[in-house]
Design a protein around this ligand. Structure first.
Ligand SMILES: [Zn+2]
Length: 161
């Protein structure tokens, strides 16, 4: 028992030795303080490694679980529904916006045309109620008409020549 089977200690810890080797190793460890100490160190090291590995493994596992839960939540069907819902919401919003602005615009145009009609009506009524203004309007209209005809004829003549 002079030779320490140090090279086989880690194999012993990993349970990689055959029955004969393990038995010899256990016999040796029982009697050898040096190998007991080494085995203790190796056990501590192994435990630390396992702890470190677990610490690394835990966030990795957490990440996987988070990703899995996201994947579950964003399954193709749900994504499709989400998109459809978003599209419907946008369409609805645009539809309401268009309807509201459209109706407002129609109301504005309607109101404006009503106002214009009223103004024209009032103006014509006012003009007709005042003989001088009526005569003036008729004269003005005739002047505009004559001028238009004259300029039109001039235009036609210049185009002809
Ligand atoms: Zn030994």
């Amino acid at each position: 028992m002079t030779k320490h089977p140090e090279d086989q200690l880690s194999a012993y810890l990993d349970d990689e030795l055959n029955n004969d080797e393990r038995r010899r190793m256990e016999d040796h460890i029982e009697k050898c303080e040096s190998c007991q100490a080494l085995l203790e160190d190796l056990l501590v090291l192994q435990r630390d490694l396992v702890q470190t590995f677990n610490l690394i493994q835990e966030p990795a596992d957490l990440e996987v679980r988070v990703l899995q839960s996201i994947a579950k939540e964003e399954s193709p069907a749900t994504v499709g529904k989400g998109w459809l819902f978003g599209f419907l919401m946008v369409s609805l919003t645009l539809g309401i916006f268009w309807f509201v602005t459209g109706s407002v615009l129609v109301k504005l145009v309607h109101g404006f045309s009503k106002l214009m009609i009223a103004m024209v009506y009032v103006a014509s009524h006012f003009i007709l109620s005042v003989p001088v203004l009526t005569a003036l309007t008729v004269v003005l209209s005739l002047i505009i008409l004559v001028t238009s005809i004259y300029s039109l004829r001039r235009l036609l003549q210049t185009t002809a020549s």
